[in-house]
Every structure is written in C-alpha cells, then in structure tokens.
Design a protein around this ligand. Structure first.
Ligand SMILES: [Zn+2]
Length: 71
C-alpha cells in the first residue's frame, strides 16, 4: 500500500510526510501541487484532475517516479 505523502486538516494546514526529503524536487512539487488543488477541489473528481493537468502536465510521471523511489 502506498504511503500518504501529505495530509490536510480542516483548517487547510498541509503536513508533508518526512520521507519526502529523500524524493527529487520535482516529486515534492507534485505532492504540494496535489494538496494545494485539494483546497479548491476536495475530491479526486474530474475538476481536480483537469486543474492538475493544466498546472502540471507531467504529473503522472512525477507520481510514478515518487512511487518507485519511496515504495
Ligand atoms: Zn489527493
């Protein structure tokens, strides 16, 4: 099972998994972008992925790299 790379509390505060320090900067950027989009779109719906794709067109490769490195 993949670890949670970040979490958000009700106030909007984002906490990052400390293991992320071992990840490349591009992967950390992906996690932060993902969590920031959740402030607008709480669920992984079409609008969430549309915005993610617009802001970070290579998000899939960043996510796959992160999962390979830290799983
Ligand atoms: Zn998410």
């Amino acid at each position: 099972m993949a670890p949670d790379w970040a979490s958000r509390c009700a106030s909007g505060r984002i906490s990052l998994n400390p293991d992320l320090v071992r990840a490349p900067t591009g992967c950390i950027d992906y996690v932060i972008t993902h969590e920031l989009i959740h402030l607008i779109h709480p669920h992984h719906g079409l609008a969430f992925y549309d915005l993610l794709q617009t802001l970070m067109p290579d998000w899939r490769s960043r996510k796959q790299r992160l999962e390979r490195l830290l799983s």
